[in-house]
Design a binder for this molecule. Structure first.
Ligand code: AMP
Ligand code: ZN
Length: 665
C-alpha cells in the first residue's frame, strides 16, 4: 500500500468509528485503540504534508482562530416557528391547512424541539463547505471552523444521496457535559454558566476553535433543504439523512392524526425528563413534501409546521427580601428570599438573581409579586414581575455598594457581570471560604475537619488563613462548642496527615483564581515545584500547553502578593509538599486516564496486586467484573472461561501482560 492509500484508509476507518460513536452512540473500538490510530494518522500526515486534508479526522481538534465572523446571506431563508399551547391550537392549525390543501387527512412527522442554537450546514459534492448561524433569518455568521470540531457532524458524507444541499439543525450542549463544565468552573472560582442553551450558542462564537473542540457540543439535525423532493416525505428524508451520516434523534415519529400527535406530546412531556439534553416542546410538521410546498411560508414561519410548547412550571409569589452572598473569590450574588411556594414538586424559598443588571432589567423590587420558574438550572429563577400587584409605596432596588460582610466598597471590573469585594485578605467570608476550599476532599482532603468547624475556628480567632491550621493544638480546640477530645485529636491528626498530599493537590488547594484541578495538575507537572512556579514569568506561563493569559495573570498576581509569599513559606516550613516528588513520578503517568481494566488469571511479570497498582498509578481504574464499561481485559494464564466468553460477547479487547506494558510505553 502506498503512503497515500495508507493515509486514506486510516481516515476512512476513523471517520467510520467517529460515526459509530458520536452519531449511532455505539462504539466499535476502544478509546485507546482509536487514539493509537489517530496518532498513527497524525504522524503520517506530518511526514507527508503533500497529502494534507482540512477534512481529515486529525483536524477535529481545532486551532483556527476567527477574529471576525463573516456575515453570510442564507441561500434559503431560515424561518422561525409558530407556537401552540393546547390541543385546540393544534386542531385550529389542522383546520387551516386542510382547507388550504383541500384534503381531509394529513399525516405528520413529530419531532422534539431541541433547545440550542440553530445552524445551517451546506454540503457540496459530499463535503461540508460552510456552517452559518440563523442570525436574523436572512443572514447569519459563518462559524465553520468552530462547527468542524463537533464530532457528530460529518465533514465528508458516506454517501451522496442529495448532491448539493443544506441541512439544518440545532447545536446543543448535553446536560451531563454542561454539568461537568460548570463543576470545573466553580472549582476554579468562576461563576457557573446559567444554562445549556446560552452556553451552546456562546460556544459557536468563540474565537479559538481549539477551545470549542474541548466543549462537549452535539448537533441534532431536523431539516434538509433540497428542492427536488426526491424522498417525497419529510420523515423519509430524515431517515436518508441519518443513513448518510447525520445525527437524527430516534424520537421522530409519523402520526396519522392530531390525536396521535397529542399522544406523542403526552408521552414526551413525561419522557423528556430522562433525555440527555433539554427540550422545550415538540415540532409537528406536515409529512408530505408536496403539501409542504403547497402550504409555503408566512412572513415569519412555515405554514406546514407548528411548535407545541411544554408548560414550564411557573408560580407567582412574593419577594420578601434581597440578600447578598459573598463567594470564596469575593464575587457577590444577590439572592431573592421568597414567600415559600411549591414548584415542580419542591418548596422554593430562594431564587438566584444573578447580578445587578438582572435586577435592573426586570426592575425587581422588594414586595413585588414575582414569577418563579424552574428551567434546566438547579436553582429556580425569577422570570418576571407582576407590575399590577406592586405596592404603591414600592421603591426601585438599590444595589448594595459595600460588602455585606466587611463593608468594603465593592468593585466591578469592565467585562465582569458581577460586583466583587476587593478585600481579599480581610473579608471574613473570603477568608473562611478559602480555608474551606483548602481542606475539601478534592484538595487537601483533611479528615476530621469540616466547613462549620472552620467557621468556628475563625470566629474564635484561632485561624486566619490555611497556614494557621498547622499551628493548632489539641488543647486549643477542645474548649470549642460541641468538640469532644476524640474529635479534636482526629482533627489535628488529619491536618498532620495532609502534609503528605502531593504537590498538584496542594497547588489546587491554594485556591488561586482560575487554577482548577486540571490546571493545577498541568502547572505542577510543568514547573515541578512551587518555587519554579512562583518565579515563572508571564511568558513562561503561557508557554505551557493550555495555559492562557487569564490564568497566567492570576498566577502572577498570586505570586507577587506578599501575604501569599509568607503563607507559602510557612506551609513549606511545616512540611507541606511543594515539589513533585521523585517517588510520585516513578512508574506513574496519566496514560490510562479514564480506562477501566479487568484483570483475570495468573501473571508472570507482575503479581496481581502489582498489576492493579500499576493500572491505578497510571491513571486507570480496576473493575471487579466485566461489563459494557470495561475497556480492556488483561488475561493471564488460566483465565476463567466465563470471563472469556463475556469479554468476547461484549467485544472487549482481551490483552496480555506484555500488551499492557507496551501500552504504557
Ligand atoms: P423559535 O426560536 O421559538 O422561533 O423556534 C424556531 C427554532 O426552533 C428553529 O429556528 C430551530 O432552530 C429550532 N428547532 C429545534 N428543534 C427543531 C425541530 N425539530 N424542527 C424545527 N426547528 C427546530
Ligand atoms: Zn468583603
Amino acid at each position: 500500500m502506498s503512503v497515500e492509500q495508507q493515509i486514506n484508509s486510516l481516515r476512512e476507518e476513523l471517520r467510520q468509528h467517529n460515526y459509530n460513536y458520536y452519531v449511532l452512540d455505539n462504539a466499535t473500538i476502544s478509546d485507546y485503540e482509536f487514539d493509537l490510530k489517530l496518532k498513527e494518522l497524525e504522524k503520517l500526515e506530518l511526514e507527508n504534508p503533500q497529502f494534507f486534508d482540512i477534512n481529515s479526522p486529525t483536524q477535529r481538534v481545532g486551532g483556527e482562530i476567527t477574529k471576525n465572523f463573516k456575515t453570510v446571506v442564507h441561500k434559503n431563508r431560515m424561518y422561525s416557528l409558530d407556537n401552540s399551547y393546547s390541543k385546540e391550537d393544534l386542531l385550529d392549525w389542522e383546520k387551516r391547512i386542510q382547507k388550504m390543501l383541500g384534503v381531509n387527512t394529513i399525516s405528520y412527522t413529530c419531532e422534539l424541539k431541541y433547545d440550542g442554537a440553530s445552524i445551517n450546514l451546506s454540503y457540496e459534492n459530499g463535503i461540508l463547505i460552510s456552517a452559518v448561524t440563523r442570525g436574523d433569518g436572512f443572514q447569519g455568521d459563518e462559524v465553520t471552523a468552530n462547527i468542524k470540531t463537533i464530532k457528530s457532524i460529518p465533514l465528508i458524507l458516506q454517501d451522496n444521496s442529495f448532491e448539493n444541499f443544506e441541512i439544518r439543525g440545532e447545536i446543543i450542549l448535553p446536560l451531563d457535559g454542561f454539568k461537568k463544565m460548570n463543576e470545573e468552573r466553580v472549582e476554579a472560582g468562576e461563576d457557573p454558566y446559567s444554562n445549556p442553551r446560552n452556553t451552546a450558542s456562546g460556544s459557536l462564537k468563540l474565537q479559538d476553535s481549539a477551545e470549542v473542540a474541548k466543549r462537549p457540543l452535539d448537533c441534532l439535525l431536523y431539516h434538509i433543504v433540497e428542492p427536488s423532493n426526491k424522498f417525497k416525505t419529510h420523515f423519509r428524508t430524515l431517515e436518508e439523512a441519518r443513513k448518510i451520516g447525520f445525527k437524527i434523534p430516534q424520537a421522530i415519529e409519523v402520526c396519522q392524526s392530531i390525536d396521535e400527535v397529542i399522544q406523542f406530546i403526552e408521552k414526551w412531556d413525561e419522557e423528556r425528563h430522562n433525555l440527555p439534553y433539554e427540550t422545550d416542546g415538540i415540532v409537528v410538521k406536515v409529512n408530505s413534501l408536496a403539501y409542504q410546498d403547497e402550504l409555503g411560508y408566512t412572513a415569519k414561519a412555515p405554514r406546514w409546521a407548528i411548535a407545541y410548547k411544554f408548560k414550564t412550571e411557573q408560580q407567582s409569589t412574593i419577594l420578601n427580601e434581597i440578600t447578598y452572598q459573598v463567594g470564596r473569590t469575593g464575587a457577590i450574588t444577590p439572592v431573592a428570599n421568597l414567600e415559600p411556594v411549591e414548584l415542580a414538586g419542591t418548596i422554593v424559598k430562594r431564587a438566584s438573581l444573578h447580578n445587578a443588571d438582572q435586577i435592573e432589567k426586570l426592575d425587581i423590587r422588594i414586595g413585588d409579586t414575582v414569577f418563579v420558574e424552574k428551567g434546566g438550572e438547579i436553582i429556580p429563577k425569577i422570570v418576571g414581575v407582576e407590575i399590577s400587584k406592586r405596592p404603591i409605596d414600592s421603591q426601585p432596588t438599590k444595589y448594595i455598594t459595600n460588602c455585606p460582610d466587611c463593608n468594603t466598597l465593592l468593585v466591578r471590573n469592565e467585562g465582569d457581570a458581577k460586583h466583587y469585594c476587593p478585600n481579599e485578605y480581610g473579608c471574613p467570608t473570603q477568608i473562611t471560604g478559602r480555608i474551606q476550599h483548602y481542606i475539601s476532599r478534592k484538595a487537601m482532603d483533611i479528615e476530621g475537619l469540616g466547613a462549620e468547624t472552620v467557621e468556628l475556628l475563625f470566629k474564635e480567632g484561632l485561624i486566619g488563613n490555611y497556614a494557621d491550621l498547622y499551628d493548632l493544638k489539641v488543647e486549643q480546640v477542645i474548649p470549642l462548642e460541641r468538640m469532644a477530645e476524640k474529635s479534636a485529636e482526629n482533627m489535628i491528626l488529619g491536618i498532620e496527615k495532609s502534609k503528605e498530599i502531593p504537590f498538584e493537590k496542594v497547588l489546587f488547594a491554594l485556591g488561586i483564581r482560575y487554577v482548577g484541578e486540571t490546571v493545577a495538575k498541568k502547572l505542577a507537572k510543568h514547573f515541578k515545584s512551587m518555587d519554579n512556579l512562583m518565579n515563572a514569568s508571564f511568558e513562561d506561563l503561557i508557554a505551557v500547553d493550555e495555559i492562557g493569559d487569564r490564568i497566567a495573570k492570576s498566577v502572577i498576581d498570586f505570586a507577587s502578593n506578599l501575604i501569599n509569599i509568607q503563607i507559602i513559606d510557612r506551609l513549606k516550613s511545616y512540611g507541606v509538599q511543594f515539589e513533585v516528588s521523585e517517588e510520585s513520578l516513578e512508574g506513574k503517568s496519566e496514560k490510562l486516564q479514564g480506562k477501566i481494566f479487568v484483570v483475570s488469571g495468573v501473571f508472570t511479570i507482575f503479581n496481581r496486586n502489582e498489576l492493579k497498582k500499576s493500572i491505578e498509578d497510571n491513571g486507570g481504574k480496576v473493575g471487579s467484573s466485566i461489563s459494557k464499561k470495561t475497556n480492556f481485559v488483561i488475561a493471564g494464564d488460566n483465565m476463567g472461561p466465563s470471563k472469556f466468553q463475556k469479554a468476547e460477547s461484549l467485544q472487549i479487547p482481551i490483552i496480555s501482560e506484555s500488551d499492557y506494558l507496551e501500552m504504557l510505553q
